[in-house]
Design a protein around this ligand. Structure first.
Ligand code: HEM
Length: 328
């Protein structure tokens, strides 16, 4: 057995040996191994949101954003941004009509050199309640070498034992994909702690709301649109005028779960518009400034700090491991 396969087998055994009990979080390597178990070695593209286009622009916080966060990104000055729009899943050739998430990843870099990375999706919820469920869900979908297909009975048993892993798929089944990367909200999904100018710390989730409004593909368009239209459509829009999104914070109400990203908070929760992102350039073709980096889901403490959500804490290191394998 190859060393990687041994590591994978050990991880799988550790995860499966204690059904129903909280297992230790998987190591960053085990997370990326699990993606590779399903997708094969990842050397040329990201294992998640593999298909993407680089863009650039800037972010300016509103006075309310400056009040709610002492982080440099919310100073109210213009903060340059490296941006990546993407189509979810591990296939770099996924059709733009696929019922998958769309991604909006942003690296803010202030003129003083403060960097803040985030990766957002076009669905308000994530597909796994814990990092353990993410890894286990990937491992049960490993193709059987004999058939090239996952063992459907094992997949069914996993899904029955982990219903929260189906919520995101159900949302995607009920909401057609966006007609443009510019016409969908993108949610940060995990809760963060915002430290305001008044010293108070407030939990919040964010969403980037499109100034162009939300527009989805019709069923007819899903059948007839070409496999690659999103990048050119965005280039045409940005050539005419910047594509803008309002960054909106949503604050939890009593009983809202701060640590489970598979459950959205109710729409009637208080909100605050904390800034505006403007997309002003789109790479003319493949490659660009977003390609050699990973949007690692960072905090920007003090000002924007991690909540106790375990899936949030399990993001940064695997993103770095994934990038290092890609750069090998
Ligand atoms: C346990 C939790 C998670 C793990 C282990 C995980 C893992 C990963 C990994 C390994 C990558 C590839 C990074 C790279 O190669 O550069 C990735 C990319 C991505 N993830 Fe996650 N992820 C998690 C949660 C989430 C959540 C909650 C969201 C939704 C907001 C999300 C959205 C994305 C997006 C949009 C990308 C593509 C980033 C880009 O454009 O470069 N992930 N994820």
């Amino acid at each position: 057995m190859q060393p990687r396969a041994v590591a994978l087998a050990i991880t799988a055994c550790a995860l499966l040996a204690t059904p129903g009990q909280a297992a230790d979080p998987p190591s960053p390597e085990a997370v990326v191994d699990a993606f590779e178990a399903v997708l094969g070695p990842i050397r040329t593209h990201r294992p998640s949101h593999a298909k993407g286009t680089c863009a650039a622009g800037h972010f300016v916080a509103t006075p309310e954003g400056t009040r709610l966060s002492v982080a440099p990104t919310f100073s109210g000055q213009r903060v340059p941004a490296i941006i990546r729009f993407a189509v979810g899943g591990g296939n770099p050739n996924a059709p733009d009509t696929a019922r998958l998430t769309r991604g909006l990843s942003i690296r803010f870099e202030t003129p003083a050199g403060d960097i803040w990375d985030m990766a957002n999706i076009s669905v308000p919820i994530f597909g796994s309640p814990t990092p353990q469920a993410l890894v286990e869900g990937l491992l049960v979908r490993r193709p059987d070498p004999a058939t090239g297909q996952p063992d459907q009975a094992r997949v069914n048993a996993f899904v029955a034992a982990n219903p929260a892993t189906t919520y995101q798929g159900r949302w995607l089944a009920q909401n057609n994909p966006p007609a443009s990367w510019a016409t969908t909200p993108y949610w940060g999904v995990n809760a963060f702690r915002f430290r305001g100018q008044d010293g108070e710390v407030r939990h919040a989730r964010w969403v980037f709301e499109p100034r162009a409004g939300t527009l989805r593909l019709t069923e007819e368009q899903m059948r007839t649109m070409p496999a690659d239209f999103l990048a050119d459509e965005l280039r045409r829009r940005v050539a005419a005028a910047p594509v803008e999104f309002d960054m909106v914070l949503q604050f939890p109400g009593p009983g809202d779960d701060l640590t489970n990203p598979t459950v959205a908070w109710p729409d009637d929760r208080p909100r605050a518009v904390v800034g505006r992102l403007a997309v002003t350039e789109v790479a003319p073709g493949p490659g660009g400034a977003c390609d050699p980096i990973s949007f690692m889901t960072l905090d920007q403490a003090p000002g924007v700090e991690f909540s106790d959500d375990p899936t949030l804490h399990a993001r940064t290191a695997p993103y770095a491991v994934s990038l290092s394998r890609r750069l090998q």
